[in-house]
Design a protein around this ligand. Structure first.
Ligand SMILES: [Zn+2]
Length: 405
């Protein structure tokens, strides 16, 4: 058993000097002598590459583990009269202490020191908080990997963003109107549940849909939020696998949803959709639920025959197209903020070209309806509805328009 950590040794008989206390990078190993069964702790450092050995058997006065959860513990040896301060990854340290405890409580070793202070219970990395009373007295443990916080109000953003190991965050049932953008600082967050909130009543900002989330988020639940539209920046979540948008008031979807190449499960049930973006027909989903929408009430519009596209493209549009074409990520600060906002509003033509201002929109009628079987292996529709839905097509040029007619 060995761990990588930082250590500092202090002789109790020597005058203590906190000023010069500097921890050293150490490989800490536990070893058992094959013949004598004596257990030793060996510290390998740059200064002592062959290892500095401390006998453990019958030689520990105390192990101080009060801050083991914070990644610190101290071993007080009898001989020499040394205190060994250890700092490292809380999980590594806990494992190490458990292993040490196991070795010391072995029947063949008569250990005189009390190890009652060693907390060897495995720590639960999941925490459910349904009321204020459930909140831990010592704060949220930093080893948490799953947090369910559903008390009707979310006001602990600053505490949550310190939980860097968090993989799942459930913030459903909290009355959230605006998602705190700080949440995207969580470096490992894969699953975010924001269902049963009030995002549709907020400022509809998509600030939170950026940076880390685009790399880590694979499951997003935005159901039951009174959403009337979906932030177009949703198309940035390129690793999204599961997206639940059910039970909202969505009347249309941004065409960028079809850019989510890894998306497999999409629920759009119980909305007010009259059509689906034409680009969605290129998607390859495993499960698609479009039940309880307004497809049968779609008003099919067509653009006039003499529709003309502007030949002059704005500089902003040209700059945005270059950014998209180069496929370079654009974190805040890398390009002007106005350009980032502009890029967040991107739509796509049926030919896959990005379009911003200069485009025509058509909802194509019954004869063009696309079969959802071509989009997803499993499709759920309402009773009496067929698998073909009207399509919302965006076109960038006269040429693409003539393809749609
Ligand atoms: Zn086009």
């Amino acid at each position: 058993m060995k761990i990588y950590c930082n250590t500092f040794t202090e002789h109790r008989s020597l005058p203590s000097s906190n000023k010069g206390r500097r921890h050293t990078k150490t490989t800490l190993a536990l070893a058992k002598h094959p013949k004598t069964a004596q257990i030793s702790l060996i510290l390998f450092t740059n200064q002592a590459p062959t290892g500095k050995k401390y006998i453990i058997s019958n030689n520990i006065q105390q192990i101080m583990t009060k801050f083991a959860n914070k990644g610190k513990f101290t071993i007080r040896f009898k001989v020499p009269d040394v205190d060994l301060f250890v700092e490292g990854d809380p999980m590594d340290l806990t494992k190490f202490l458990q292993y040490l405890h196991k070795m010391l409580t072995n029947k063949t070793i008569e250990e005189t020191c009390s190890l009652a202070v060693v907390d060897t219970k495995p720590k639960s990395r999941r925490l459910k908080i349904s009321s204020r009373a459930d909140y831990p007295k010592n704060g949220l443990p930093d080893y948490l990997e799953e947090l369910y916080y559903n008390i009707g109000k979310f006001d602990i953003t600053n505490k949550v963003i310190r939980l860097t190991r968090l993989r799942l965050l459930d913030l459903s049932h909290n009355g959230i109107k605006n998602v705190p953008k700080e949440l995207n600082r969580l470096p490992n967050l894969g699953t975010l549940n924001l269902s049963h909130n009030l995002l549709g009543l907020g400022d509809n900002s998509s600030n939170w849909l950026c940076e880390n989330f685009t790399n880590t988020l694979h499951t997003l639940n935005l159901s039951n939020n009174e959403l009337k539209s979906l932030p177009r920046a949703i198309s940035k979540l390129r690793h999204l696998h599961t997206l639940d948008l059910s039970r909202n008031s969505l009347t249309s979807l941004p065409s960028g949803i079809a850019s989510l190449k890894e998306l497999k499960k999409l629920s759009l049930s119980n909305n007010k959709l009259q059509s689906l973006p034409g680009r969605m027909m290129r998607m390859n989903l495993a499960e698609l639920d479009v039940s309880d929408n307004n497809f049968s009430n779609a008003i099919c519009e067509s653009v006039p025959r003499n529709w003309s596209f502007s030949r002059i493209t704005s500089l902003k549009e040209l700059a945005a197209k270059v950014v998209i074409k180069s496929r370079v990520p654009y974190p805040p600060g890398s390009i002007p903020y106005t350009l980032i906002r502009y890029l967040d509003g991107v739509e796509f033509c049926t030919c896959d070209k990005p379009i911003f201002e200069n485009f025509a929109r058509i909802t194509v009628g019954r004869s063009y309806r696309a079969n959802l079987r071509n989009v997803s292996t499993n499709v759920t529709v309402s009773n009496n509805e067929d698998l073909r839905v009207p399509l919302d097509l965006l076109v960038c040029s006269q040429k693409c328009l003539s393809h749609c007619r």
